[in-house]
Write a protein that binds this ligand. Structure first.
Ligand SMILES: Nc1ncnc2c1ncn2[C@@H]1O[C@H](COP(=O)(O)OP(=O)(O)OP(=O)(O)O)[C@@H](O)[C@H]1O
Length: 308
């Protein structure tokens, strides 16, 4: 099936001459959760604003379900729900009215059954008559999502959904996102939290300095760029690392009790098997072994650091 969002050679130069996007190509598949990771000023908000029709591109184009976001602005905007970071709605309005009104703003006819479903899905139904100021921070965030879903969009953008919230609320939001995904909504979220991308995304895009450095399946990314460490607890400590094992990622701990092998996770089988055989041939035996893997965070820091 054709991607729900198709971005080609997208550029954005602001009026002051600053180039915020430098040729972005990206396809978003239907039903996936894509996390866009990037440091402050990377261009994430600019990219989302263009897709949502809030900002104009300087070059390139964006299609949402095959329709151009500039030429068919109204149509594409109606297919998108945008969840901003801050609640800007009237604090004295009820949850029901706020969410229903939002649907009207998108030019959709009233549909109480849909609003009820959205509120129930987000566990807001028993709060429908509460005013927003009576709600907890977590419930307010849910109202933002309910508003964005009020007009039945195909795609939901979440801009930093858990910025500045506590751990319990963050986990709660991840649950909400997982529920929406099961309902078939395509979700694109921006985040500073690598743990968030690691936890909920199917694919991860890394953006920095207006460029999309990569976009990959999370598991492929970990496999391709992740490095692993094999730690061997030796049966007998070694005074020094034998010269024939020097280099190639092998090192001996200061007390001589452990060998640490840094290896590329892509060709792990071959290299580990070869190493263990070689160690055995040199009468180096071990009593235990364990492995450690780089996190997405390590990968991200390496990528963004390297791009500067
Ligand atoms: N209206 C504007 N005029 C000039 N430069 C701008 C304008 N809006 C944003 N920028 C610049 O464009 C770059 C990208 O900004 P953007 O808000 O897209 O980044 P971001 O990745 O969303 O960052 P953050 O995580 O801090 O929100 C930044 O350097 C920013 O200062």
């Amino acid at each position: 099936m054709a991607p729900i969002i198709s971005i080609r050679d997208l550029t954005k130069t602001y009026a002051n001459g600053f180039q915020a996007l430098k040729g972005i190509d990206l396809d978003v598949e239907r039903g996936e959760i894509l996390a866009l990771l990037g440091p402050n000023g990377a261009g994430k908000t600019t990219l989302i604003s263009i897709v949502c029709g809030i900002a104009n591109p300087s070059g390139g184009h964006v299609l949402v379900d095959g329709k151009d976001v500039v030429k068919d602005f109204r149509l594409t905007r109606s297919m998108i729900g945008l969840v901003p970071q801050e609640l800007t709605t009237d604090q004295f309005e009820t949850v029901w009215n706020t969410v229903s009104f939002s649907r009207g703003l998108h030019g959709k006819k009233a549909n109480p059954a849909h609003i009820e479903k959205v509120l129930r899905d987000l566990s807001l139904w028993d709060k429908k008559d509460n005013t927003l100021r009576q709600l907890s921070g977590g419930m307010k965030r849910r109202v933002l999502i309910a508003k964005a879903l009020s007009h039945e969009p195909m795609v939901l953008f979440l801009d930093e959904p858990t910025a500045g919230v506590d751990v319990a609320l963050r986990k709660d939001m991840w649950e909400v996102v997982a529920t929406l995904r099961r309902a078939g909504v395509t979700i694109i979220l921006t985040t500073h939290y690598i743990e968030e991308a690691e936890e909920i995304a199917d694919r991860v895009g890394v953006i920095n300095g207006g460029k999309l450095l990569l976009v990959e399946e999370k598991s492929t990314l970990m496999r391709k760029l992740g490095r692993k460490q094999l730690i061997l607890e030796l049966s007998e400590p070694l005074p020094v690392l034998p010269p024939e094992f020097a280099g190639n990622g092998l090192s001996l701990s200061d007390d001589g009790s452990r060998l640490v092998y840094d290896f590329d996770s892509q060709n792990e089988q071959e290299s580990i098997a070869a190493l263990l055989t070689r160690l055995g041939q040199h009468n180096i035996h071990f009593k235990d072994l364990s492995t450690q893997q780089t996190s997405l965070e390590d990968i991200f820091v390496a990528l963004v650091g390297g791009a500067k």
